[in-house]
Design a protein around this ligand. Structure first.
Ligand SMILES: C[S@@+](CC[C@H](N)C(=O)[O-])C[C@H]1O[C@@H](n2cnc3c(N)ncnc32)[C@H](O)[C@@H]1O
Length: 238
């Protein structure tokens, strides 16, 4: 992918006419640093979410080794991805986002930190999940997903039964689904939806204590500054 391929809208926002998207199409201008990162680094670290769905993504080819894989959905600017991948060199991190400036930022930081266990997928995570083999993932991270607070938009939430069923099918047995949100009503819905999924089991009795390994991102800092509690949910695939 080169900078001339870049739309200034989010990846995939014009596709998927039948599906209900979980993200806001956002416009964002790319800085020179970001255009440079996309031009130079995409071929080494990038994965375009296939459209239409092709053969399953071969994760060991993508990372150049066979290791447990963590999928992070909606990584924003990639702050949590970088911190977790740097502290966890035995696992590979596939991070998916639709927002192009965030994708460019994560590519740039991955190079700067010389991380070999990060790959950056551009496109809709729901489509990406369809392209991953069943039971391929060691963990899925969903940190501060868009809350879609209006009732008429709840159908856009990432954590809803059909998406959870798909997410769970891509987790290996014993694999972890870790969600965090500062939106209490969404937290309750997440907890109910995950509890109702017959293939998942809560690792804690209710919400999880905040794990030290989850880095603090802009969203958590804002929530804490505004006095909103943050809820973690950690479930395992049976
Ligand atoms: C509220 S932000 C949180 C970003 C980051 N996780 C953090 O904690 O800083 C949610 C992000 O999820 C992304 N997103 C939402 N739905 C997505 C999807 N289906 N596929 C990929 N990214 C998605 C949005 O573009 C947005 O950047």
């Amino acid at each position: 992918m080169t900078s001339t391929d870049q739309s200034r809208t989010d990846a995939g926002s014009e596709r998927h006419p039948a599906g209900i998207r979980t993200f806001h199409p956002r416009r964002g201008r790319l800085s020179g640093r970001h255009l440079d990162a996309l031009d130079r680094l995409w071929s080494d670290y990038g994965l375009m979410v296939p459209d239409p769905i092709e053969a399953p993504v071969d994760l060991s080819t993508l990372f150049g080794r066979r290791a447990p894989v963590v999928l992070e959905i909606g990584f924003g600017m990639g702050d949590a991805t970088v911190a977790m991948a740097a502290a966890d060199s035995g696992r590979d991190y596939l991070a998916v986002e639709v927002h192009t400036p965030g994708i460019a930022n994560l590519l740039a930081v991955t190079e700067r930190r010389a991380l070999t266990n990060v790959r950056v997928a551009r496109g809709d995570a729901v489509e990406l999940l369809h392209c991953l083999p069943e039971a391929a993932l060691d963990a899925v991270h969903v940190f501060f997903p868009d809350p879609w607070p209006k009732a008429r938009h709840h159908k856009r939430r990432l954590i809803q039964p059909s998406h959870v069923e798909l997410l769970r099918s891509r987790l290996a047995s014993g694999g972890t689904l870790h969600c965090a949100t500062d939106w209490s009503e969404y937290a309750q819905q997440m907890r109910q939806t995950l509890t109702d999924d017959p293939g998942l089991v809560n690792a804690f009795d209710g919400y999880a204590p905040r794990p030290a390994h989850r880095p603090v991102t802009k969203f958590e800092r804002r929530a804490v500054a505004a006095g909103r509690p943050v809820f973690d949910l950690i479930f395992h695939r049976r």
